[in-house]
Ligand binder design. Structure first.
Ligand code: FES
Length: 156
């Protein structure tokens, strides 16, 4: 990882204005911004690690942890909430043994909560990667999520 970070940083002049482009380049490479990169970027740009960290957490586009190969987004909007969204979320987090906002240790799945998807008539809604699923029961949600395991080898 260190070599890759060094290679990315070597293409930059390292001015304070390069902070965001450097963070974007690192995230593009790794899918998130590792702690190691925060310190390397700090050294390169002369911006303190806490300021780099502050910038990272300010912008929603940046992630501090690796994301799973499959990203499960559970809607927490009102319509989904009243139609069983929290139960879906609990079922999925229990099944994968992670909390919302976390990734499984094998990097297969991440779970996130998202505001209304705009598909309220389908509540409760879960989106896996780019695919939207509605009117879900916990059982159906588990089946769908498992169908994505190992690059969808269980699907079909
Ligand atoms: S509240 Fe879930 S899609 Fe609108």
């Amino acid at each position: 990882m260190k070599e890759k970070i060094d290679a990315l940083l070597s293409t930059s002049a390292g001015t304070p204005e390069d902070l965001i482009p450097l963070l974007q380049a690192v995230q593009q490479e790794f899918g998130y911004v590792p702690e190691e990169a925060i310190f390397a970027i700090s050294q390169k740009t002369g911006i303190s690690p806490s300021q780099v960290f502050g910038t990272l957490t300010f912008y929603a586009q940046f992630r501090l942890h690796p994301q799973g190969r499959n990203v499960i987004k559970v809607c927490r909007g009102t319509a989904c909430h009243v139609r069983g969204g929290p139960r879906l979320l609990r079922t999925l987090t229990n099944h994968l043994d992670i909390d919302s906002g976390e990734t499984t240790p094998d990097l297969e799945f991440s779970i996130e909560e998202i505001g209304c998807f705009g598909s309220c008539s389908l509540a409760p809604v879960v989106v896996v990667n780019e695919d939207t699923y509605g009117r879900l029961t916990p059982e159906k949600a588990l089946q769908i999520v498992e169908s994505y395991r190992n690059n969808g080898q269980n699907r079909g």
